[in-house]
Ligand binder design. Structure first.
Ligand SMILES: Cc1cc2nc3c(=O)[nH]c(=O)nc-3n(C[C@H](O)[C@H](O)[C@H](O)COP(=O)(O)O)c2cc1C
Length: 365
């Protein structure tokens, strides 16, 4: 019987390998495959690290549900970003199954009778994983969201084209801000959105719930171990979210004060329409993009403030885009990462068929 490496419930800066030990000694049980797959899927990015998902297992099938209790009711009233986050978890779960050499069948939303059911996955025959699938999978626990400027090194040749093609495969599109004017305009819209949100008390209260102080025992939310104490400004500057809210929390500067840091390549992830299925597709595309970038030695910084403010999202769509729906603003570049990211354990997210997980809530939110 093959044994699985224990799922990476908590990463304390050490990369936990997601490699099934002794897999060659025999087939894994369905329960072992499920634990392995869900243990990987939780490493997907999610808005404010809300981890708004849970998984139900039944034999060789896993259902992925959105957890509406973790939705950002102020910043994300439609659940759009919750579904993007779940789409990213879906991509990761499928990749985990492929890394084990299983072919995957998936059925994605919509199911009007069950709007929180994001997808059902089933694994079947064995088909050896391709090299690129293993390369992407090896980045699942290593990848981190970057917050700040980038090194001067350019992206490796071929990366942007690979990212564009990947987004298209998922029914989304990656649009690169290739001229200085568009990049500056996009940065201005991000800054405006950040101002609008900082002046909204409901938004600030909600951010406080998901940005715990140093020393918190929470395994969700954006911890001070994942953002710089002093935001690094670049030109143009894409204003970061104010996770520390004036408390001075965060990581010490990663480069000397005098070092010049760069904005990187600014992009928009868009979808042709704006339905829940598009949001899941956007999340699928996002995680493909993040893991592909990581496999090329690049990192991404994400800005979703302007797509959370309706009129600013419209400006991006109509004035700066091509009428398709912006789902996320992001920047790509090279950087040495020191961020630590946390996840809830399997017992909090994995249940039997149709039942929510029974572990006590560990978020304290
Ligand atoms: C839909 C979505 C929106 C996000 N928006 C932002 C953002 O505006 N600013 C930011 O710093 N990170 C943003 N993130 C990144 C999350 O904060 C990050 O994924 C989470 O904290 C977990 O950290 P990790 O990606 O390093 O594992 C976003 C992620 C998703 C999926």
């Amino acid at each position: 019987m093959g044994k699985l490496a224990s799922p990476p419930a908590r990463d304390l800066g050490v990369v936990t390998p997601l490699v099934p030990r002794d897999a060659e000694q025999g087939p894994l049980t369905a329960a072992q495959v499920t634990a392995y797959v869900v243990g990987a899927a939780v490493w997907a990015p999610s808005v404010h690290n809300t981890q708004p998902w849970w998984f139900a297992a039944e034999g060789t099938e896993i259902a992925l549900y959105a957890d509406a209790g973790r939705q950002l009711n102020v910043a994300d009233p439609s659940g759009r970003e919750m579904m993007i986050s779940c789409g990213a978890a879906l991509f990761t779960a499928k990749l985990a199954l492929r890394s084990l050499g299983y072919s995957v069948e998936s059925r994605v939303l919509p199911d009007p009778a069950d709007p929180l059911l994001v997808a059902r996955l089933r694994w079947r025959r064995r088909v050896a994983p391709a090299g690129f699938e293993l390369r992407l999978f090896s980045q699942v626990t290593r990848r981190r969201t970057h917050r700040g400027g980038f090194e001067p090194q350019p992206l490796l040749p071929g990366l942007l084209e690979a990212l564009r093609q990947g987004a298209t495969r998922d029914g989304a599109a990656l649009r690169v801000a290739s001229d200085v004017g568009t990049m500056a305009a996009l940065a201005a819209v991000v800054e405006m959105a950040e101002r609008v949100q900082r002046s909204d008390s409901g938004y600030v209260r909600e951010l406080a719930v998901w940005a715990p102080p140093p020393g918190s025992r929470r395994l969700d939310g954006v911890s001070p171990s994942s953002y710089p104490a002093r935001p690094e400004r670049t030109n143009p500057d894409f204003t970061s979210r104010d996770f520390a809210r004036g408390h001075g929390w965060g990581l010490p500067a990663s480069s000397p004060a005098a070092a010049t840091r760069f904005t990187g390549v600014a992009c928009l992830l868009t979808t042709p329409t704006d339905t829940p299925a598009d949001w899941v597709n956007a999340g699928h595309a996002l995680q493909r993009l993040l893991l592909t970038s990581a496999s090329y030695g690049a990192a991404a910084a994400l800005n979703s403030q302007p797509v959370e403010v309706g009129w600013l999202r419209d400006i991006i769509r109509v004035q700066l885009g091509d009428d398709s729906y912006p789902q996320l603003v992001l920047r790509l570049g090279t950087v040495i990462q020191s961020a630590i990211s946390l996840r809830r354990p399997l017992s909090s997210v994995l249940a039997g068929a149709g039942r929510e997980p029974t572990a006590p809530a560990d978020s304290g939110h």
